[in-house]
Design a protein around this ligand. Sequence first.
Ligand code: GAL
Length: 396
Amino acid sequence: MQTSWLSAVILGLLVSGTQFAPAQTGALAPTPPMGWSTWNHFHHDISDALVRKQADALVASGMRDAGYVYVHIDGGWQGYRDSAGVLHPNSSFPDMKALGDYIHSKGLKFGMYSGPGPQSCAGAPASYGFEAQDAKMFASWGVDYLKYDLCSFRILMKQESGGDVAKSDAMMKAAYQKMHEALAATGRPILFSLCQYGWGEVWEWGAQVGGSMWRTSGDISDTYDSMSLNGFGEAGLAAFAGPGHWNDPDFLEVGNSGMTADEQRTHMSLWAILAAPLIAGNDLTAMSDTTKSILLNKEVIAVDQDPLGREGDRASKTGPLEVWSKPLAGDAMAVALFNRTTDATHITLRLKEVGWQGSAAARDLWSHQDLGVLSGEKVFTVPAHGVVLLRLSRSR
Ligand code: GAL
């Protein structure tokens, strides 16, 4: 690992002829980015009109005011690249600059999607060889966020590295560094989101190639198992996240149809404990009260967005029963008791186990109730695939 990281630095020096550009990310993402993306619900079935309606709903639902400010267009917008190298949107997006202006007029920010390969995962043109030109165009459209998806660059890595992992990793890092520099050269602050499924332990170098966030895993899908794999799979990575640079277990599936309400509360709680970007992935124009109560739970959002910027981690695991904790500003702590079984069960919170000394004032962040002062331990009933999420603070 050490060796591949070093070779990436050396390659970076060679590629840029200068030092690695510093990760100019702190100001763009002091807390985990929040917003909405087209991908999880609409996939490639997207258009200018759809994005405008979702932006309207982001405002009308109160989500913008709760912090969800990015409107992100994922794959499905690209058309063709012309002989002058200009990448044109497809006919569903007649005027990207106008769409960006519309998004900005709502007090929202504009997110885009491309990748370092010649083609996107769906075979549309991506930015390989046109990084500077695409970055300039994105900046001219008013783009504030770019998700950069590895996709077909994997083929080049395989071909050119001849199976040498260090070489292949170095190519990947250099490709992200290249787009980071192209974005920086536009002069427009554009949040850079790395999407390469956690390859090459990206958490160790993502910030050095300008990333404000990086995917730690493969694609999420709308099931408890997929969500669990991505979320619980981040155990042990807390040290790599912090203000300006975040581990990303992927967009939210809250409000889609594949998980029970308890499973969705687990999803939201886990992402908050992980200080993960909260990018909703549902149809915002058709949200049930349950969906709204989950996405708009301000006490849970506050855990995610806590100014200390510390990612939480697993404190204990007894088979499928897990206790996670996240340090919060003001000498407070969030604690989540996760029941990964399919029956309701009891989980014991032991304050010492989460590193809490003395007694604690506890608040339940889903029932919105103060639970009084806890000391030592307390047994909680946790629903099937569910969670109890608490905020502990100093008792007076
Ligand atoms: C995948 C990526 C997804 C989504 C999709 C679009 O590679 O991980 O998040 O962007 O491509 O085709």
